[in-house]
Design a protein around this ligand. Structure first.
Ligand SMILES: [Zn+2]
Length: 262
């Protein structure tokens, strides 16, 4: 069974990783960047051919293989040699590793797929929050859709288990709303409040706590040690989204141990 399942999950994960990393850069380019005046831009975002964001040259089919193409091109565009960005490779690798890991931890195919799709939209949230400090509205709707699908599947429609997701969503929303009002929108955007609620709905109790603590820590480290400018707003949303991805890995490994109770 695993003989077919794990390679299949890896391949599907790589395809999803390739799709979402491309979608994230297209959303930045067409919805918020130089391409925002192009008519029918959503059609171009979803169906258009991939092209280099620097020189606009369409990417050849042989250069569209996830991970492998990046390695062969040494991370640069074939035409203009501009870097493609390490985040593309990191995204593709992560998705290619997470899907088989979820299957291995006994998550089941539908639940694993919903989790992968949720992570795909989290990847977009990281891109928009890191670059523009915002959470795209359409993207938030997709996060809601996959969080509901995953939490219903994960709780097997059991009201008690589903409550763990609902309560985590409520607590995260309430907590972040209080912080948002207290900070008067400074350093904490309304997108962060929404994202915290969506993460709560997806992860439930107790794992939401892990993701939020990781997110807060990561964004403080980013501001103090990497950006070195404490007056700048922290990309808290991006940190929490990364925290969810890390949580899924930790949770999968934890579920494979004999002592797992959650
Ligand atoms: Zn180029």
């Amino acid at each position: 069974m695993g003989f077919v399942a794990y390679p299949l999950a890896t391949a599907l994960g790589l395809v999803l990783g390739s799709f979402y990393t491309a979608l994230a850069s297209r959303i930045l380019y067409f919805a918020y960047g130089p391409g925002r005046r192009i008519p029918d831009r959503w059609k171009t975002i979803l169906l258009g051919r991939s092209f280099c964001m620097h020189c606009q040259t369409p990417i050849e089919e042989r250069d569209l293989i996830p991970v492998l193409s990046f390695a062969l091109l040494r991370g640069r565009c074939r035409h203009c040699s501009e870097p493609l960005g390490w985040h593309t490779l990191a995204g593709e690798l992560f998705f290619g590793l997470l899907f088989p890991l979820l299957i291995l931890s006994g998550q089941g195919w539908p639940g694993s797929l919903y989790a992968m799709l949720f992570c795909g939209h989290l990847y977009i949230a990281i891109a928009t929050d890191y670059n523009l400090l915002l959470l795209d509205h359409e993207n938030a709707l997709f996060l809601l859709l996959w969080a509901v699908a995953f939490s219903l599947y994960d709780s097997a429609l059991d009201p008690g288990l589903f409550a763990r997701h609902g309560v985590a969503a409520g607590i995260a929303l309430a907590l972040f709303l209080v912080l948002y009002v207290a900070a008067r929108g400074k350093g904490l955007g309304f997108g962060d409040v929404l994202l915290a609620g969506l993460i709560g709905l997806f992860l439930g109790i107790p794992w939401t706590l892990f993701a939020i603590v990781f997110g807060a820590t990561a964004s403080v480290i980013y501001i103090v040690y990497i950006r070195r400018d404490r007056s700048q707003p922290a990309p808290l949303g991006a940190g929490m989204a990364l925290g969810v991805m890390l949580t899924l890995v930790v949770r999968a490994i934890y579920r494979m141990s004999d002592t797992a109770v959650w």
